[in-house]
Design a protein around this ligand. Structure first.
Ligand code: NAD
Length: 500
């Protein structure tokens, strides 16, 4: 197995050598103040393209979580936020969205340096979609309301839709800004207060976002950000009796731990977890479009996507033609310095992730799958893996069953729609799926039968702040985005008035 300690240095480009923006050490945001951790400890955040430290970040623990939860509690019980005119709450969220747009280049560079994703993607996807999510939820602030209910008797019954209270939000490293927006947008628009815990691998844009919230006039204590490892900060947040709800995005195994930690205090829990999504191409599909979809489905964001199209099901008669096209494109993809606008794929997030993905590639070869392209790392101090396609994979192989979370796709074949659906559903996950066909009946039949929270027809990775996203089966529960996310962050009170 190739490890980074054995890899030689690649020639550094100008952009990977010198940070194009000024980066400060990371402090935590608690009760409107930027502070060091109680212990004074810090940790390094690494640029995955170079393996070098970018800066140091405050390392929180349960004491910092305690401070942050108390600040969020005070802000909820006695601060202005939950009772503010809803439209004014919306204005602050809209202001944040405007500030994100104003600072988009800085945010894009920070995201790319900390995460490794190509700068073109940070500029065109991560940052604009983050602003869009806040604009969308800004619009909801004054449209969240209860109902009047025609009950029996001389009674007036109505409902109030109220915020849940203090919310703990734990997010992963693959879309740091965007995951923060998916969580903060709906939670804040409903009037909750928040303690946010970013991944320790990607803290920088969340901290910058915290600054933008302060600049937009968010009252103190409404958004608190505690940085540090999941096992300490995340666990303390999930367990804390002062937290009313925990929202988590990350691995399925971690999600199970969070549920256990939250059980003692019966917190509300919503989980967005892993996936092993089937991408099904029928022979009557537009093959060129389907090839493009299969490529972005798996290689977008280095394959570090919960909804990555990691299992490609090809109808047998188009298999050879499809694989030829796909392998030809994948072999030519530009992998390298993520700050170079021409780069299509950057490094994986960390050395551990790199080793995990390379181990899966070894396993695929050992299991007898055919390596059609890629399978290699690159000579570099960064954590680069070439786009990798395995052909002749069986559904029972480890590479077809487990979430790899890297640029590795397993291609399988099928003969009938029933076989495609049955094999596609053969996974404990159920996050996303796609079908490619010109037959509208077949497309909708497949969409109904696939057990996944999102089904794409003749497209992949389509997202909008207004459309719900979330998992079936062990990919989690609760829906983020759209009107559905408001359910996660509100509770209903029934009020009875005796009119007789
Ligand atoms: P992870 O589970 O390792 O970490 C996610 C977050 O949880 C991090 O902030 C981490 O510090 C924290 N954490 C870790 N252990 C914890 C614990 N014991 N208690 C509380 N918090 C803890 O996941 P990751 O490696 O950061 O992200 C990759 C995973 O996220 C993949 O499985 C991917 O599929 C999933 N993901 C899912 C979605 C979705 O919407 N379904 C979106 C993005 C990523």
């Amino acid at each position: 197995m190739a490890t980074k300690s054995t890899a030689k240095s690649m020639k550094k480009t100008e952009s990977s050598r010198r940070p194009p923006i000024k980066i400060k050490p990371g402090k935590m945001l608690i009760d409107g103040e930027w502070m060091d951790s109680c212990s004074g400890r810090t940790f390094e955040t690494i640029n995955p393209a170079t393996g070098r430290a970018i800066t140091r970040i405050a390392e929180g623990d349960d004491k910092d979580v305690d401070l942050a939860v108390n600040a969020a509690r005070m802000a909820f019980e006695s601060g202005p936020w939950p009772n503010m005119d809803a439209r004014d709450r919306g204005r602050i969220l809209a202001k944040v969205a405007e500030l994100i747009e104003k600072n988009q280049e800085e945010l894009a560079i920070l995201e790319t340096m900390d995460n490794g994703k190509p700068i073109t993607q940070s500029r065109t996807v991560d940052v604009p979609y983050t602003a869009d999510t806040f604009f969308y939820y800004a619009g909801w602030a004054d449209k969240i309301h209860g109902e009047t209910i025609p009950v029996r008797g001389n009674m007036f019954n109505y409902t109030l839709r109220e915020p849940v209270g203090v919310v703990g939000q734990i997010i992963p490293w693959n879309f740091p800004l965007l995951m923060a927006a998916w969580k903060l947008g709906p939670a804040l628009t409903c009037g909750n207060t928040v303690v946010l815990k970013p991944s320790k691998f990607t803290t920088l844009t969340c901290l910058r976002l915290g600054e933008l919230f302060m600049e937009a006039g968010l009252p103190k204590g409404v958004l608190n950000i505690v940085t540090g490892p999941g096992e300490t900060v995340g666990e303390a947040l999930a367990r804390h009796p002062g937290v009313d709800k925990v929202a988590f995005t990350g691995e399925t195994l971690t999600g199970k731990e969070i549920m256990r930690a939250a059980a003692d205090t019966l917190k509300r829990v919503s989980l967005e977890l892993g996936g092993k999504s089937p991408n099904i191409v029928f022979a009557d599909a537009d093959i060129e479009e389907a090839v493009k979809g299969a490529l972005t489905g798996i290689f977008f964001n280095q394959g570090e996507c919960c909804c990555a199209a990691s299992r490609l099901f090809l109808e047998r008669k188009i298999h050879d033609q499809f694989m030829d096209r796909m392998v030809s494109f994948a072999s030519k993809m530009r992998v390298g310095d993520p700050l170079d606008p021409k780069t299509e794929m950057g490094p994986l997030i960390s050395e551990a992730q790199f080793n995990k993905v390379m181990d899966y590639i070894d396993t695929g070869k050992e299991e007898g799958a055919e390596l059609a392209c890629g399978g290699k790392s690159m000579e570099s101090d960064g954590y680069f893996v070439r786009p990798t396609i395995f052909d002749n994979v069986r559904n029972d192989m480890k590479i077809a069953r487990e979430e790899i979370f890297g640029p590795v796709v397993s291609a399988l074949t099928f003969k009938s729609i029933d076989e495609a659906i049955e094999s596609g559903n053969q996974t404990p996950y159920g996050l996303a799926a796609a079908v490619w066909t010109k037959d509208i009946k077949k497309a909708h039949a497949a969409a109904r039968q696939l057990r996944a929270g999102t089904v794409w027809i003749n497209t992949y990775n389509a997202f909008d702040a207004a459309s719900p996203f979330g998992g079936y089966k062990q990919s989690g529960f609760g829906r983020e985005l759209g009107i559905h996310s408001l359910e996660l962050y509100t509770q209903i009170k029934s009020v009875w008035v005796n009119l007789s």
